[in-house]
Design a binder for this molecule. Structure first.
Ligand SMILES: [Cu+2]
Length: 169
């Protein structure tokens, strides 16, 4: 009797151990299974960030040329206009593709730049990190026409953000 009881008790202990082992390996398997899920999630994050970066970059790269056909890229930043001199023939349509490379965190004017030509009554505002295409008719009289920005660097009085429209016959 006692031996049978003892055997039964030992079987119970063995069964409990087996059960504990089974549960442990299940937990391990679950841990392993979640690794591919984490990797999958990381991949999705990388793809989304990559696509966003690509789109943001292409906006600026595009501003430099190809997708602004016939427009002269004019960069605006705290360093001034680039180029500073724009050549045109009298009465010609001047097509400019402004691109502002400053961001809204700028303390000086919040990253906004302007293209102002008092003589031609032109006032264009270019928001931070944006591009804007603008066309106007060059003056009928040859000469050098001043343009400037008044949202940064001390405004019109400062020489930093001035440029010249050089008009020839
Ligand atoms: Cu400016």
């Amino acid at each position: 009797m006692t031996t049978r009881a003892a055997r039964r008790a030992r079987q119970k202990v063995l069964a409990d151990q087996a059960e504990a082992q089974r549960q442990q390996s299940d937990a391990q398997q679950r841990r392993h299974a979640s690794l591919p899920r984490i990797l999958g999630f990381a991949l999705v994050v990388v793809v989304i960030l990559g696509a966003g970066t690509y789109l943001a970059a292409s906006v600026f790269l595009g501003a430099r040329g190809a997708n602004a056909e016939g427009y002269l890229p004019v960069r605006l930043s705290m360093a001034g206009f680039d180029p500073k001199t724009i050549d045109a023939k009298v009465g010609e349509t001047v097509k400019l593709n402004f691109w502002n490379t400053d961001n809204a965190m700028h303390l000086d004017g919040g990253g906004v730049h302007t293209f102002i030509m008092d003589s031609q009554k032109i006032y264009v505002t270019i928001p931070p990190e944006a591009q804007k295409q603008y066309a106007f008719t060059a003056p009928a009289t040859p000469g050098d026409y001043d343009f400037y920005c008044n949202t940064c660097c001390g405004g019109k009085a400062s020489p930093t953000m001035h440029g010249t429209l050089h008009v020839t016959a």
